[in-house]
Design a protein around this ligand. Structure first.
Ligand code: NAD
Length: 345
């Protein structure tokens, strides 16, 4: 008999071409009058400056210090900036790195976040935070870090490089694929993940081929949102393996993308319902091959060794994963992890 628990988070989503212009009214709606804008340096900072300009008197400045995986010193500097500015709210403009820094600040201060995502990795729709201390990445959940409002503006993604589009899109696809076999899946997560997969399958190759394709950009941004909403149940082999590889210094989205076809093949052998859903969404009887084909078309690294994986660490990684006693959709032994890693290397 079917049985599940489903939490629904209160979150407002504004989606439109040009929606960036609405950031001031959304901040006002939350009662904010001293907003700190958080971004990555470079092109992220330029977007951050634009947000500061729109917020005008409601902004207390830009902190363009976000770094992937939120190193502890970066989180501390962000927190200090928010305190020094006496901020009463945060706008995170950019990808998962900018949103990750805003979450780290919100976790300590409880400040509300408005997220303006410009990649597809989905962090804006989760209450999951992560901070890196040396080689250790600590992740957890805290309702305080869930952005109150998301503003999606596909226009902001037109300049997203093909490599970041592909890597963050594959990261999002990994959230969806794993949610199909996750213990915590519900009728809602299954439906949202199917919808996200359908949109990504059609539109991710299109944006990688032509970043100026506005319709495909919009479709991928919708798919990225939906993928974030199912991430909270996606904590099996795919995400645990990506986490351990991240601890070894491998880039997050690229590591997800490379291992995904191999983890998918391994797990779908024991998950017929997940296989049927994925087959339908991807329009292929062999979903693992369809995902491998997508990866092959994309201008991102294809093998773990290309992103710095040291094959001498295989036993270490296999041991770490086997120790986590993953059961769903099938038990994972040391030899299984070695096989997945060898296939991906
Ligand atoms: P990112 O934020 O690291 O961005 C990658 C690069 O693309 C950066 O240099 C950034 O400046 C640039 N960029 C971003 N948007 C751009 C745009 N529109 N135009 C031009 N350049 C742009 O990429 P990401 O993959 O979104 O984020 C990865 C991080 O997010 C990792 O730390 C990962 O752990 C985290 N993450 C967290 C969650 C969660 O729920 N907490 C979910 C997914 C990912």
């Amino acid at each position: 008999m079917i049985s599940f628990t489903h939490d629904v988070s209160a979150q407002r989503v504004v989606f439109a071409a040009g929606a960036l212009a609405r950031v001031d009214e959304e901040a006002e709606r939350l009662g904010l009058s001293r907003v700190l804008v958080v971004a990555t340096p470079g092109s992220g900072a330029r977007l951050g400056e634009k947000v500061v300009e729109i917020l005008a008197a409601r902004s207390v400045g830009l902190h363009a210090g976000a770094v992937i995986h939120v190193p502890k010193v970066v989180a501390e500097a962000g927190l200090a900036a928010a305190r020094a500015a006496n901020a009463d709210g945060l706008v995170a403009a950019g990808g998962g790195s900018a949103i990750g820094l805003a979450k780290a600040i919100a976790r300590e201060t409880g400040l509300p976040i408005i997220a303006i995502p410009t990649t597809y990795s989905g962090s804006e729709a989760t209450s999951i935070f992560g901070i890196t201390d040396g080689a250790r990445k600590v992740t957890g959940r805290d309702a305080k870090v869930m952005p109150r409002t998301i503003i999606y503006d596909p226009e902001l993604t037109l300049g997203l490089p093909a490599s970041v589009s592909a890597a963050s899109g594959m990261n999002a696809i990994a959230h969806c694929v794993e949610s199909f076999w996750a213990d915590g899946r519900t009728p809602v997560t299954l439906a949202l993940a199917s919808e996200a997969m359908r949109r990504f399958a059609k539109s991710l190759p299109a944006v990688v081929a032509n970043g100026a394709d506005r319709d495909a950009r919009g479709e991928c941004l919708v798919a990225g949102w939906l993928s974030g909403t199912v991430l909270s149940v996606s904590n099996g082999l795919q995400h645990k393996l990506a986490h351990v590889l991240g601890g070894l210094g491998l880039p997050h989205a690229e590591a997800h993308a490379i291992i995904l076809p191999h983890v998918t093949r391994f797990n779908l052998a024991a998950a017929p319902e997940a296989k049927a859903r994925l087959a339908e969404a991807l329009g292929s009887d062999d979903p693992a091959a369809a995902i491998a084909n997508m990866l092959k078309q994309f201008p991102i690294p294809q093998r773990l060794r290309d992103i710095g994986f040291d094959a001498g660490k295989m036993d270490f990684v296999a041991g770490e994963i086997a120790a986590q006693s993953i059961k769903s959709p099938r038990p994972v032994a040391v030899a299984d992890v070695r096989e997945v890693l060898a296939g991906a290397n």
